[in-house]
Design a protein around this ligand. Structure first.
Ligand code: FYN
Ligand code: ADP
Ligand code: MG
Length: 566
């Protein structure tokens, strides 16, 4: 539209920033370049925060973790084609994990892309994004920016949270319209993540099952942690007296030290329980699809989930409770009022005994010294330090570094553990650590295998640049899974890294503090000092190259040749 002379103007850049602000966004994670550079400068000039990363994938992981921790969509901004594709990995990961995130990428003009005329970084981004997120929208006119941002926010947050892609062709950023008309085109969504109340009949059905159960179990997933109804969850656990076990990112939703925690009796409770209440957890690969020997005796599932078609995705769900976690949990509590059975007390006692025995057994290994540190004694030292900092957020990636840390390190508070999630993806480390530090304002400790760390290592400079209080502990065993694999003739093994790598010196080179440690005592001391100093630090922890196990605890998924080496 032609704007008459003398009318005050706005443009795409300003409308986008106004719309984001109106939707409560203050932090943007991204990587600048053609055609989005100006967004960064102007966003900062407005007093908002723009966190510049070195690779879009890591900026995207940061945005997704911001979304998970805050229940507001994390926003990532990238350039076209390759930048967009890097960001798309994180958007797909966010969607898979049910984290709310919005990826905004600049793109080429439609007329060139659609005729495939070969533009700078030309790509049909809108359609490429579509299968990897909840929705993919393009904005073509400045007056549509407001509605597009509101739709993106509502789509990312409502129902099952996930990723949204917003495609902005370069020219739109500088397209002008009347400032007054522009202002009228913006609004903030009312109640973007509405409560979804379960049907009373569904609540009764579930409560009936619990009342008749002999060996009930509650299983929390990261959907329950995301829901931010921690007090209601704790009340549900304590009122019913039912033992609970957390999926990895639900650790700490109710403290690992709670007397009803059955994390260390995991196999036993999955196998022997007769009624399982799934709360924001899917029966996917991480739960052996609800079948097989993991699940032992026949049982009935109650599943609380906001996504109706998650129910029956793998096995029959006897009592689906479709709604948001908070509404469902409170409806169940009301229906179960005054209920706590003696049968359950006996079961709960047996579970607690198993849990405590297993923990005691592990405790022995955690303090047993070895000539070179292994996963047990190194993580044991870390655990003892972190006990005193219950509100620190732990980021964790790797294979052995992941599986052992999940087992050894207790979590005491909700949403204090961010890990490789539903995909088991490596490379989330530095992006997640950045977002956790930014969004919580608290120190962060990242425990990364040396392989996993490598995926986002350059992002360590992002951490030092923003002075983020992150301690990265690199579990340096010199390889993928293990560091002692024999190399074939004339080649370096495909599973090994340069044994002379100094992650501590990498930190110093990138403006941080670096310490190399060889013993649990040195590790504990370095960690304590780093947390206290608040300085960005890498602790290069030397781990026995022979300590790891191929694929960690999921070796069963690692296909091997049927006929062996030929
Ligand atoms: C748990 N356990 C403990 C404790 N907590 N023992 C002592 N103390 C404590 N605090 C016990 C628990 O009872 C289990 O033993 C065992 O430790 C392992 O617990 P975990 O990890 O909870 O259970 P399990 O069976 O391994 O869980 C399956 C899983 C999990 C798939 C959910 O392995 C997982 O989240 N994996 C993610 C893997 C991943 O993404 N890797 C990245 C890819 S690496 P038992 O009860 O005796 O069984 C690429 O190669
Ligand atoms: P985990 O990996 O920890 O087992 P999953 O990511 O598999 O957890 O499952 C999370 C589940 O939680 C998803 O099915 C998602 O739909 C659901 N969910 C997310 N947020 C909510 C909410 N507020 N209320 C109900 N369900 C939710
Ligand atoms: Mg390694």
């Amino acid at each position: 539209a032609v704007v008459p002379e003398g009318v005050e103007l706005t443009d795409g850049f300003h409308l986008l920033m106004d719309a984001l602000e109106l939707n409560g966004i203050t932090n943007i994670y991204g990587l600048l370049g053609i055609p989005v550079t100006e967004i960064g400068r102007m966003w900062q000039a407005r007093g908002n925060k723009f966190y510049s990363f070195r690779n879009e994938q890591n900026a995207g992981y940061a945005a997704s973790v911001a979304g998970y921790l805050t229940k507001k969509p994390g926003v990532c901004v990238t350039v076209s084609a390759p930048g967009f594709l890097n960001g798309l990995t994180a958007l797909a990961n966010a969607t898979t994990n049910c984290f709310p995130m919005i990826l905004i990428s600049g793109s080429s003009e439609r007329e060139i892309v659609d005729l495939q005329q070969g533009d700078y970084e030309e790509m049909d981004q809108l359609n490429i994004a579509r299968p990897h997120c909840k929705a993919s929208f393009r904005i073509n006119r400045p007056e549509d920016i407001g509605v597009a941002v509101v739709r993106a926010v509502r789509t990312a947050l409502s129902g099952r949270p996930g990723g949204v892609y917003l495609d902005i062709p370069a020219r739109l950023f500088s397209t002008v319209m009347s400032a007054e008309e522009g202002k009228k085109s913006l609004w903030a969504p009312v109640d973007p993540a509405p409560a979804q109340i379960p049907a009373p009949s569904a609540v009764q059905r579930a409560a009936e099952l619990i009342k008749n159960a002999k060996k009930p179990l509650i299983l929390f997933g990261k959907g329950a942690a995301y829901a931010q109804c921690d007090a209601d969850i704790l009340a549900f656990v304590e009122e019913t007296g039912i033992p609970f076990t957390p999926m990895s990112m639900a650790k700490g939703l109710v403290s690992d030290l709670h007397p009803q925690c059955a994390a260390a009796a995991r196999s036993m409770v999955l196998q022997e329980s007769d009624v399982v209440v799934l709360v924001g957890a899917r029966l996917n690969w991480l739960l052996a699809h609800g079948k097989g020997k993991t699940w032992g005796v026949p049982k009935k599932f109650i599943q609380i989930d906001i996504q109706a078609n998650e129910i029956d995705s793998n096995v029959q769900i006897a009592a689906p409770l479709v709604g948001d976690v908070q509404s469902c949990i409170n409806a169940l509590r009301a229906e179960l009022k005054g209920y706590k059975s003696d049968d359950q007390a006996a079961w709960a006692k047996a579970v607690a005994e198993k849990h405590n025995t297993t923990r005691a057994k592990l405790a022995g290994k955690l303090s047993t010294p070895t000539p070179v540190m292994n996963y047990h004694n190194s993580l044991g030292a870390i655990r003892d330090v972190l006990k005193n900092y219950p509100d620190i957020c732990l980021v964790n990636e790797g294979a052995n570094a992941l599986d052992n840390a999940r087992m050894v390190i207790d979590q005491y508070q909700p949403r204090k553990r961010v890990d490789t999630g539903t995909w088991g993806v490596m490379g989330i480390g530095m992006g997640s650590a950045a977002a956790a530090a930014v969004e919580t304002g608290k120190p962060v400790v990242a425990i990364c295998g040396d392989s996993a760390f490598g995926f986002s290592a350059m992002e360590y400079e992002t951490l030092t640049r923003y002075n983020l209080p992150v301690t990265v502990i690199v579990m340096n065993n010199g390889g993928i899974y293990r560091g002692d694999e024999a190399s074939p003739d004339h080649q370096f093994s495909c599973m090994l890294f340069n044994p002379n790598t100094r992650y501590d010196q990498l930190s110093i080179a990138l403006g941080g503090e670096g310490v190399r440690v060889n013993t649990p005592e040195e590790l504990a001391k370095a960690l304590e000092a780093s947390i206290k100093s608040g300085k960005t630090t890498i602790i290069d922890a030397i781990i026995d190259p022979a300590a790891g196990v191929e694929s960690g605890r999921i070796g069963n998924l690692n296909i091997v040749s049927t006929i062996g080496k030929k």
